[in-house]
Design a protein around this ligand. Sequence first.
Ligand code: NDP
Length: 240
Amino acid sequence: MARTALVTGGSRGIGAAISKALKAEGCNVAATFAGNEEAAAAFTAETGIATYKWNVADYDESKAGIKKVEADLGPIDIVVANAGITKDAPFHKMTPEQWHQVIDTNLTGVFNTVHPVWPGMRERKFGRVIVISSINGQKGQFAQANYAATKAGDLGIVKSLAQEGARAGITANAVCPGYIATEMVMAVPEKVRESIISQIPAGRLGEPEEIARCVAFLASDDSGFVNGSTISANGAQFFV
Ligand code: NDP
């Protein structure tokens, strides 16, 4: 039986690789985006994966969007909360707007994405919740107090949901990527990128597909006893 998967921010970067990997596993996939219509259209043309536009920071929009996805593709079995943003600034310069935008998208966005699908997963006694956190949620990062707070919060969410969902056949896990070669990272000046790479024992950036394969495992029927865990995929960049 084909599973239905929802990937927020699934039309670009790491999310696009996740959407493709889940499709390759035989899932019916819905990928969401925030506003980049051009990228979403190109992604659908390339992959055949349907895209849906809503703001994960808005609960009502998320709920309505999820209802539409379920009407089109069937009940959601796998939800990947991947959409995320950065608004970096050293703490003494960080504005309340920068704080709230990142909290609303990265942390409340996870609530808004998972909460509407949770009752159906409980009823059907199956669910896979996967949240894309970050190495910077594990170790903190200069100028990312807002972002690191959300990504550390993701780990608390999945550990709590794992305990609540376990008897209902639902697992909740996190993936913490290190630096991945997405547009965002490739856009930084080459010198900065070289300095980032010099701190990664693997001597290279990760590929989006390497994160997608972690997600595909966590989304599979085989991963049922892996619950509340965190996969760190960072080329051995430990938390120093
Ligand atoms: P990208 O910036 O490449 O893509 C982000 C995606 O999220 C886009 O599809 C974007 O939509 C969507 N999105 C952003 N804000 C919203 C919103 N409010 N509502 C709905 N969708 C939204 O990100 P990455 O692929 O680099 O990152 C994906 C995840 O991985 C993020 O959670 C990030 O924090 C995490 N991560 C990334 C790392 C990296 O090195 N790249 C390292 C560690 C973690 P649109 O296309 O319309 O803009």
